[in-house]
Write a protein that binds this ligand. Structure first.
Ligand SMILES: [Zn+2]
Length: 286
C-alpha cells in the first residue's frame, strides 16, 4: 500500500510526532511506502517541517519515503508572475514527487495560486491541498460552498493534477451540504449528486485524498454510498492516513482490509486506490 498523506509534525502543545514514530507506525500498519508532506506557512498551529527536512528523511529511507516539497503561492515576489523554477528544479532534482500539503489561507483561484499551479503542471508535479471554507479562522486554500473556485482552477490548469483533502472538500460528496457544516464531519446519509462527484466526473485531473477524519467520514457516513463512490471513482481516489499525532487511530486501514476480504470492491479497484493511482500520478515506476 501507498499512503498519500503523512507528516512528521509537532502540533502546538502536543508530544512531537517524530520520524521514528512515523516509520514504526507504517511498519505496524503494513504500509510499504508513504508520501511525506512538509508543512510551512504562518496559518498553521504546527512547527514547520520543511521540504529540506522531508528530503533528509527520504535520503535515510529511500525505499519507504516519497518526499513532497512545499511551495507557498506567495513565495518569491508575492505576485501572480513569480517564476518558481528555482524551487521546482531544486526539489525535483532532490527526488520530490509532488507539492503539498498547501495550507496557505488564500482563495484557491487567486492569481498567485493559478500561477503556481500552472508551473507545477508543466513540471508534472501533482499538488495536494487542504481546502477550507473561508479566509481567516484556520488554514487551507479557501473556496465557497459547492467549490466554484476549484472548478475554475481545474478548467484553467488542465495539465495540473490536484489532490483534494480536508472537510471543505469532502463534505461536498453530498448535495445537501450547508454553510455551517462545511468544516465538520456530517454523519447524515449522502444526498446523491454532490458537487464533488460531479467535479470528479468532469475533470480527470482531480483526485481525492481519502485520509484523515474528513476523507474517511465521507466514505463511511453512508456506508453503501461509500462503496458506490469507491467503485465509480477508483481511478481518482488515493488511500491515506494523515498520520501526525502520537497514538492516532487509523480506521481506514481496517476498512480497506475488510472491503478487500469481503470483495466489496474488485481487486482492480482496490489496487488502484491503495497504490496504483499513486504510482501513476507520482511516476514511481519510471
Ligand atoms: Zn495533513
Amino acid at each position: 500500500m501507498i499512503d498519500i498523506h503523512t507528516h512528521i509534525l509537532t502540533v502546538w502543545g502536543e508530544e512531537p510526532f517524530t520520524e521514528k514514530h512515523l516509520i514504526t507506525r507504517m511498519e505496524e500498519l503494513g504500509i510499504e511506502k508513504f508520501v511525506l508532506l512538509p508543512i510551512i506557512g504562518p496559518e498553521v498551529p504546527f512547527l514547520h517541517f520543511l521540504s529540506e527536512d522531508a528530503i533528509e528523511v527520504y535520503q535515510r529511507y529511500p525505499d519507504r519515503v516519497i518526499p513532497f516539497c512545499n511551495i507557498d503561492p506567495r513565495a518569491g515576489n508575492n505576485a501572480p508572475d513569480t517564476d518558481f523554477s528555482f524551487l521546482i528544479d531544486r526539489y525535483k532534482k532532490a527526488g520530490c514527487r509532488g507539492v503539498g500539503e498547501i495550507t496557505a489561507n488564500m482563495y484557491i483561484d487567486d492569481p498567485r495560486c493559478i500561477n503556481l499551479f500552472r508551473q507545477l503542471g508543466e513540471a508534472e508535479l501533482p499538488v495536494l491541498f487542504h481546502l477550507y471554507s473561508k479566509i481567516g479562522g484556520s488554514y487551507g486554500l479557501a473556496d465557497d460552498i459547492h467549490m466554484p473556485r476549484l472548478e475554475k482552477v481545474l478548467k484553467q490548469c488542465p495539465k495540473t493534477i490536484f489532490i483534494g483533502h480536508a472537510p471543505a472538500f469532502w463534505t461536498e460528496i453530498s448535495a445537501d451540504i450547508s454553510e455551517e457544516m462545511r468544516d465538520f464531519f456530517p454523519k447524515t446519509p449522502v444526498k446523491k449528486t454532490g458537487r464533488l462527484p460531479k467535479l470528479l466526473q468532469k475533470y480527470p485531473n482531480l483526485y481525492g485524498d481519502l485520509s484523515a477524519g474528513s476523507g474517511f467520514n465521507a466514505i463511511t457516513r453512508d456506508i453503501n454510498y461509500g462503496y458506490h463512490f469507491l467503485r465509480e471513482f477508483h481511478t481518482q481516489l488515493l488511500f491515506g492516513t494523515d498520520l501526525c499525532h502520537v497514538g492516532q487511530a487509523t480506521p481506514i486501514v481496517e476498512y480497506f482490509q475488510q472491503i478487500k476480504e469481503e470483495e466489496i470492491i474488485s481487486i482492480e479497484q482496490y489496487e488502484n486506490i491503495t497504490h496504483k493511482n499513486a504510482e501513476r500520478i507520482l511516476k514511481l515506476k519510471t
